[in-house]
Design a protein around this ligand. Structure first.
Ligand SMILES: [Fe+2]
Length: 276
């Protein structure tokens, strides 16, 4: 037992860390952990560190709870986790726009529209919809699409018009597996789980005087919608797409094939003072 006398400089750190250690000690007693299991846990964490998977491990198993707790009492559109694939400084575009893409971007086009409002219902012109998603093969630019091939592919910061509306044309995302080659994937497999995330669009919305909203819009009817490996799906964030195959509509948008539309309105709460 550590009985050293401490000079407390950061009471929050002492309170939180001491409780964490106590919780883990209780856990060890509760499960009669053996030395072998203890050493396996250390080796697992060391491997996760060596392979750069600590953020992945934390995001898969814990981020959703941090998001819930940190947004307790939140008065806007439901939040969900940011995940590890956000990249800052995506190109700034004015609505309506087509997001950066490759010459032969795979899959069908998707027109994503919506209105951003304040919690009193007033539209928020000049709000920024920072948008990112996986492509039709479940890959993210800057991560598993080489940056030189397609910088900021399917990423943009889109500003809403005076009526709070935004319209961006992108491509329908696919579900994807979180990385499976490392220790996090091996653990999920050992637990009998699967590594899939249902298809989704990521957004981070900002407007002066309002709290930042980070969330995801999930495509209805996705095979993994009930069993997201990250547990980030909330029913209010699921939306169906409408498929448009009218040749006149396709021509109007300069598209050679059918496309989809999806509408989602977002509410940002006024900036709240955080409770101490
Ligand atoms: Fe994602």
């Amino acid at each position: 037992m550590n009985t050293q006398k401490r000079e407390i400089r950061n009471p929050r750190l002492n309170r939180v860390f001491d409780d964490l250690v106590e919780t883990l000690r209780d856990f060890i007693r509760q499960h009669n952990l053996t030395y072998e299991e203890y050493h396996r846990a250390i080796a697992f964490l060391a491997e996760a560190g060596e392979k750069g998977e600590i953020p992945l491990l934390m995001d898969v198993f814990l981020e959703v709870t941090v998001d819930d707790v940190d947004h307790h009492g939140w008065a806007g559109t439901a939040t969900t986790v940011e995940g590890p694939y956000y990249v800052a400084n995506a190109p700034e575009l004015k609505s309506p726009c087509v997001v950066p893409h490759r010459a032969h971007e795979p899959g069908e086009a998707l027109v994503f529209t919506g209105t951003v409002r304040s919690s009193d219902g007033s539209p928020l012109g000049g709000a920024v919809v920072d948008f990112w998603q996986a492509d039709a093969e479940g890959r993210y630019s800057h991560f598993n699409i080489p940056q030189a091939e397609a910088p900021y592919n399917l990423r943009a910061r889109v500003t809403t018009g005076p009526d709070g509306r935004f319209e961006l044309q992108t491509w329908v995302p696919s579900p994807y597996e979180i990385p499976t080659a490392g220790p996090t994937g091996a653990l999920i497999k050992a637990l009998g789980g699967h590594p899939w995330r249902p298809a989704h669009l990521h957004v981070r919305l900002t407007h002066p005087g309002h709290a930042t909203l980070t969330t995801q819009v999930f495509l209805a009817d996705d095979p993994w919608i009930e069993s997201d490996v990250v547990g980030a799906v909330k029913s209010s964030l699921i939306r169906g797409m409408t498929r448009v195959s009218d040749p006149a509509e396709m021509k109007r948008r300069g598209l050679n094939g059918p496309f989809h539309t999806l509408e989602y309105d977002f509410v940002l709460p006024r900036q709240m003072a955080k409770a101490a």
